[in-house]
Design a protein around this ligand. Structure first.
Ligand code: ATP
Length: 253
């Protein structure tokens, strides 16, 4: 994916103030930064979800301008996991995950064997298979998040955009998510995730650091320059340290 000189405003507020970024295939990029930096807004622009706001500049998906993709075709290439998605309604978890197959299905056609197989694999990957018959609204926050993650995985898209995917997930399921992302990237996928868990974000290939509607740093997670930018953007209230070969962000108290 690529964004060229992207600016976005809502009402009178300018939120993104000129973003140029290339997010290559077979890499996982984490987007981090303080509250209000514009991370979710950037992700929505990349997903083409802010069409009615004032958006300027160009977004490319797999080498083709986003606006030129027919909607269904684009929905097969780009999977989306949003922040705080609505949880009301009586749809069972299985049917929610099946929504991820809509771009693959003919109008009004029942799900194919391939659709059922994709949904089953996705629900098993996120360990949500056991409550597939339960309505989403009756699940706990973390259980619900795993169903929504399964819905995004069921799309089997080459590009995956996730806004705070670890919301409500306990540590074992955060680790599972990490493994899933690594598998997607190893298979050639592009993964972009907005994360507040900086130690997890540092496990990505690249870090995109935002502040005030701008990208203030884009570099490899292992680079000293990335660590310095990270400490600066968070007012030196975190410190990046290597522990057992893993980069971690620790609170500076
Ligand atoms: N619909 C809106 N109307 C007015 N301002 C908005 C709107 N949506 C977002 N903003 C403002 O744009 C800025 C960026 O918001 P955004 O949600 O992209 O930030 P973020 O980096 O994802 O923040 P957080 O870490 O808190 O989730 C914020 O100051 C926010 O208040």
């Amino acid at each position: 994916m690529r964004a060229c000189n992207v600016r976005a405003g809502v009402q009178k507020a300018q939120i993104l103030r000129g973003i140029d970024v290339a997010l290559p295939a077979a890499r996982w990029t984490s987007v981090v930064g303080p509250n209000g930096a514009g991370k979710s807004t950037l992700l929505k622009v990349l997903a083409g979800l802010l069409r009615h706001a004032r958006v300027q500049g160009e977004v490319e998906l797999l080498g083709r301008p986003l606006a030129q993709w027919p909607a269904r075709e684009r929905a097969r290439q780009l999977a989306w996991l949003g922040q705080n998605e609505a949880a009301e309604g009586d749809l069972p978890a299985y049917d929610i995950a099946m929504l991820g197959r809509l771009p693959h299905r003919a109008w009004m056609a029942p799900p194919s064997d391939a659709d059922h197989a994709a949904v089953q694999a996705a629900l098993k990957t996120t360990q949500a298979w056991d409550w597939r018959a339960r309505p989403l609204a009756q699940l706990s926050g973390g259980e619900r998040q795993r169903v929504l993650l399964a819905r995004a995985l069921a799309v089997q898209a080459p590009v995956m955009l996730m806004d705070e995917p670890l919301a409500n997930l306990d540590p074992p399921h955060q680790t599972d998510w990490l493994r899933t992302v690594r598998e997607l990237v190893a298979a050639g996928g592009t993964v972009v995730s907005v994360l507040h868990e900086i130690s997890i974000a540092l496990q990505a290939d690249d870090l995109l650091i935002m502040e005030g509607g701008l990208v203030v740093h884009h570099g490899a997670c292992a680079d000293a320059a990335t660590h310095a930018a990270l400490e600066r953007v968070f007012e030196r209230r975190i410190q990046v340290r290597q522990i057992d070969g893993i980069w971690m962000a620790l609170p500076r108290v």
